[in-house]
Design a protein around this ligand. Structure first.
Ligand SMILES: [Ca+2]
Ligand SMILES: [Ca+2]
Ligand SMILES: [Ca+2]
Ligand SMILES: [Ca+2]
Length: 272
């Protein structure tokens, strides 16, 4: 029996019998120990616990792609997980490590922190922003905002290394849109000894109730492909993660559902 069939079974079972347990839960406190991330001065420290989706792009040189700025503008790693809690609600957890100081002011050649952006369907239209700062009198830090691309500011670069703010397509921060709910957000203070390239780093940790995504997320696992990205207001460096749709059911929940219905035994029998 292949994994896709198992995943399909899990989704079918989840619809019939809501999952009430979850894998190791994430506590949104700005501490990444619960993700299995360690700032121990090794490359392996970037690698999270099994089951967490992640991408690492730690850099130290001046050029970052698509812009410059060195460690102070380095978007370094993005982490993603989801869990169904005892309240029956599923939550998307997001972690970000960056060399960009969250307190960086937007003045002169300095650019502040950007918002998290999600593109469901991976069709180039950014459907949601999760705000890391207050953007308008009504769109505030922690808000989840339904957007089109017209609701976003963009960066400085049209293509890698080409300064052309008028033609940048890199979304950076939400300027308008519809407030659809609230995420929980924590930002750490600066820390060192992350990986092997040096510098100071910060950790953003978020939890988003997937009910805010409407039809884009149905059940305990994503029903649609999506991209999530983060950058700062100049978009000198961008970190992006594109998890496959429903291909990665939460291991603990999958095992729980299967075992609770005796399907592990069924799966084994079919395999023989
Ligand atoms: Ca934590
Ligand atoms: Ca770095
Ligand atoms: Ca980077
Ligand atoms: Ca989209």
């Amino acid at each position: 029996m292949n994994k896709n069939i198992l995943a399909g079974l899990a989704l079918a079972c989840a619809a019939a019998a809501p999952i009430t347990a979850h894998s190791a839960s994430i506590n949104v406190d700005g501490n990444f120990a619960d993700w299995g991330i360690r700032n121990n001065g090794t490359a392996a420290g970037w690698t999270p616990n099994a089951g967490v989706l992640f991408t690492v792009e730690d850099q130290s040189g001046a050029y970052l792609d698509p812009g410059w700025g060195g460690q102070a503008y380095d978007a370094e790693a993005l982490y993603l997980s989801w869990q169904t809690k005892a309240d029956g609600q599923t939550y998307l957890n997001v972690g970000l490590i960056t060399g960009h100081n969250p307190d960086t002011a937007t003045v002169g050649n300095s650019y502040g922190r950007g918002d998290f952006a999600i593109d469901f369907g991976r069709d180039g239209s950014w459907d949601f922003g999760i705000l890391t700062a207050n953007r308008t009198t009504t769109l505030r830090q922690g808000d989840v905002v339904a957007t089109t691309n017209a609701n976003w500011s963009t960066g400085l670069w049209s293509t890698p290394g080409v300064y052309d703010p008028a033609n940048s397509k890199d979304v950076t921060k939400v300027t308008s849109g519809t407030d659809v709910g609230n995420a929980t957000l924590a930002i750490s203070s600066g820390f060192t000894n992350m990986g092997t390239l040096g510098g100071t780093h910060w950790f953003y940790e978020m939890e988003i109730p997937v009910s805010v995504f409407g039809t884009h997320w149905q059940g305990a696992s994503p029903s649609e492909t999506f991209d999530i990205q983060w950058t700062m207001l100049c978009a000198n460096d961008i970190v992006i993660l594109d998890p496959p749709a429903a291909a990665i059911p939460e291991p603990a929940s999958l095992a729980l559902v299967l075992s609770s219905l005796g399907l592990l035994g069924l799966a084994r029998r079919r395999k023989q």
